[in-house]
Design a protein around this ligand. Structure first.
Ligand code: ASP
Length: 351
């Protein structure tokens, strides 16, 4: 593809995380530092030829402390600066980056400009840092245009050598530079000597509508991870959390679970009370297929719905987003059976 290198305006939003951290000489602990330090450590930023402005979270946040309030803050920053910039790079801690990317993909409806999240495993001030390359390439991707149109009008994570659809990613390594994977959707670009975009995989807005930012999220959701021998008390206490609206249930294989009567009865009761229970697999790759085995079929009969090949991160934030808009359980279930922004692969019969 012939991507133009015309000068672009990029807003770099520094939320925090290792990429902007420095070692406290006294304690040896990594602490956030002023963004000015990042610019000092990456003089290449000036050489890029793009116009880069920065916005810094004050104080910068470790991503393990981020959640709906920070996602809303990022959406506000992007929406308020949407006309002024060609693309956005969000520097973010890696720990919860996939949750933020998933949430942003739902909250930025009709996005037609790149929003590229990246971070690093080693602070940018360290000799062997992965932060510099990640940052510089993320800016290049956010700036890329073809015939004046952004090449990647999606919320993505760029890390190490792959550009991935944000709501398809999970953090899979606590120490490798290659820390993220998108198991159920191909990378949108491979980055080596060249940035090779796979345009067929990149989301294309059907019509050009103005950005519609959403700010409402409901955090009354929970994750129920099954394991062999799970006691009834654990399932019961989760399904009876006061005010709970949605549960992401992580099952085995293609969506299977124990067939004990007590288990199925608890699920059925919860669904009848209006709880939405989404079935996703604990396997890294592949999809839930509840018609495949009898145990999956029993879950269907109990009113559990399929999360298809969703990541946990995407299923949790999708529930928060849908309930945040005051939808009823039935309406939420309908939306869970649709791909809102490429977060799930529906079977051909449902497309
Ligand atoms: N704890 C850090 C964070 O997620 C780790 C990182 O940035 O990679 O904010």
């Amino acid at each position: 593809m012939n991507n133009t290198q015309e000068k672009a305006s990029i807003l770099l939003i520094y939320t925090g995380g290792t990429i902007g951290m420095i070692e406290n000489p006294e304690t040896g602990v990594l602490e956030s530092f002023n963004f000015q330090h990042l610019a000092d450590n990456v003089p290449e930023l000036k050489k890029l030829g793009h116009h880069v402005e920065t916005y810094q979270f004050d104080p910068p946040m470790d991503s393990s402390a981020m959640g709906p309030d920070s996602w809303t803050k990022i959406v506000h920053i992007i929406a308020e600066n949407y006309q002024k910039f060609d693309g956005f790079v969000v520097l973010h801690g890696t720990d919860t980056m996939s949750y933020t990317a998933s949430a942003l993909s739902f909250m930025l409806e009709n996005l037609s400009k790149p929003v590229i999240l990246t971070g690093s495993q080693l602070p940018v001030g360290m000799l062997r840092t992965d932060g510099k390359e990640n940052l510089i390439t993320a800016i290049e991707i956010a700036a890329a245009k073809e015939n004046g149109v952004p090449v990647v009008p999606e919320v993505c994570i760029f890390f190490e050598n792959e550009l991935m659809r944000g709501n398809r990613t999970s953090k899979t390594s606590a120490d490798n530079f290659n820390a993220f994977r998108s198991y159920n959707y191909p990378p949108l670009a491979h980055v080596g000597i060249h940035i090779k975009y796979d345009t067929a995989q990149i989301y294309r807005p059907i019509s050009r509508k103005p950005l519609r930012p959403h700010y409402l999220l409901d955090r009354n959701v929970a994750i129920l991870k099954l394991f062999p021998g799970i006691p009834p008390s654990v399932v019961e206490s989760i399904l009876n959390i006061p005010g709970l609206k949605g549960v992401v249930m992580e099952t085995f294989g293609s969506g299977n679970a124990p067939m004990d009567d007590w288990f199925l009865a608890m699920l059925k009761d919860a669904v009848q009370r209006g709880l939405v229970i989404v079935n996703i697999t604990q396997c890294r790759a592949g999809s839930v297929e509840m018609h495949r085995y009898e145990t999956g079929k029993k879950l269907l009969d109990a009113g559990v719905i399929s999360g298809y090949d969703s990541t946990t991160e995407s299923a949790v934030t999708k529930l928060m987003f849908l309930f945040g808009h005051g939808l009823t359980s039935e309406e939420v279930k309908e939306h869970l059976n649709c791909s809102l922004i490429g977060e799930i692969t529906l079977p051909p019969s449902q497309r």
